[in-house]
Write a protein that binds this ligand. Sequence first.
Ligand SMILES: [Zn+2]
Length: 502
Amino acid sequence: MVSTILTGAVYGIGGYLITVEVDMADGLPCIDMVGFLGSEVKESAERVRVAVKNGGYAIPPKRFTVNLSPAGIRKGGSAFDLPIAIGILESMGAVKADKRKEVLVAGELGLDGTVRSIKGILPIVLAAKERGIETCILPEANRKEGECVGGIRIIGVKTLEEAIAVMEGTVKRGRKTGKKLWQDMAPLGETTDFENIIGQPLARRAAEIAAAGFHNLLLTGPPGTGKSMIASAMPGILPPMNEEEMLDTSKVYSVAGLLDEKRYFITRRPFLNPHHTITPQALVGGGVIPRPGAVSLANHGILFLDELPEFKRQTLDMLRQPLENGEITIARKSGNYTYPCDFMLVAAMNPCPCGYYPDLKRCSCTDLEVKRYSGRLSGPLLDRIDLSVGVMRNTYEQVKSFRKEESSGEIRIRVMAARKRQLERNGPGVFNSRITVTNLKEFCTLTREAEMMAEKYYSAMDMSIRGYHRLLRVARTIADLEGSSPIEEKHIMEAASYRGAL
Ligand SMILES: [Zn+2]
């Protein structure tokens, strides 16, 4: 007989359903797998055969044909082991699955019949829910991740035997979960609080503006001035993620196989801090079946690039598409894979190779070396940076005071108020840094004095049109932080002061 089992797979960060059909027929004993399969799926046949045998079932000397459909999509991963095993057992009549309700089955099998965790559970369960499937049988290690979807029954199993018992209905387990099954989890990456950052009033202010409008930020200054500390405090002043953002980012982590029983959902804005030796592939994603890169793991959070000029030019150039579109598409023979990457770029650099320019007493670099150093950054990348600010050494007065500085929590209250104003004006999800050129005129009304000031800067600073638009967007955020509806002269002036070396 032909047995049919439903399972799922991922493509990019989307899930889709797959039907596993198994037919047992007379012929040379073998398990024949068809349906546009990746190499790791073909290996599944051997794993399944041994796992079924070790589960105490004797496989008859027959020919099993396993077909995975739809045939049009290349199938990868090891999620098909469990559904294939159950399909084989059903086709030989050893298992009588209860078919009154649609059930989705996914999981990798160990040779001893244990069910192992797989990648991409979140998109798979979402696809199952969309199709109106009531129950998912998943590896126990993935259960919590699956339960985050809500409104669908998730049953976690540890062994093939357990999965069979659930399929046959001899064991009743799992409940249909409501929403919000996750708890707030620890932040990703090492972060700090602004109350621990001494002095640096200018950089603190720039960080606040950047957070309020989701603007990209460049910090320039000598080593040891706390540039990376400021960057790592940024996630703490961004507003908390909303559910949609959590789900969006969690899907990326699910597909990348970075969720587990402890961290099964991403509830805090991620902070990614890749080293300058990172490969372009690891930064933006890649591989035969592409994996999301750091830009996607930083989705709705912060990508921090320390020592920016030390990154290979080729690596930095890869950031253009992500910074432009908020998503990245990787083309492969098997299709185009798209991953979200709507992140805030925070970058830091020394002003020169030795780090002390323009302190001529300490800087040992020649003019040419200084020029060449900042010249390593390509125009298109600098074009995407809205705020550039110098981080100076603190004065002795600042250091000796040991004053407790304003905490991230206090700054965040102002950031959130400014965000609220933006979203009411710009529409849902559109921060000031993302205002389109067509909407700039409507959203960025200038007072007459501000208009004159903007014109002055435009000519005096030899600004590009893009640069002018950036100035308007930053000024818009500064006005929003102040609760001002039109952009005033002082807002333009402050925005222009963050153009630094750009
Ligand atoms: Zn120097």
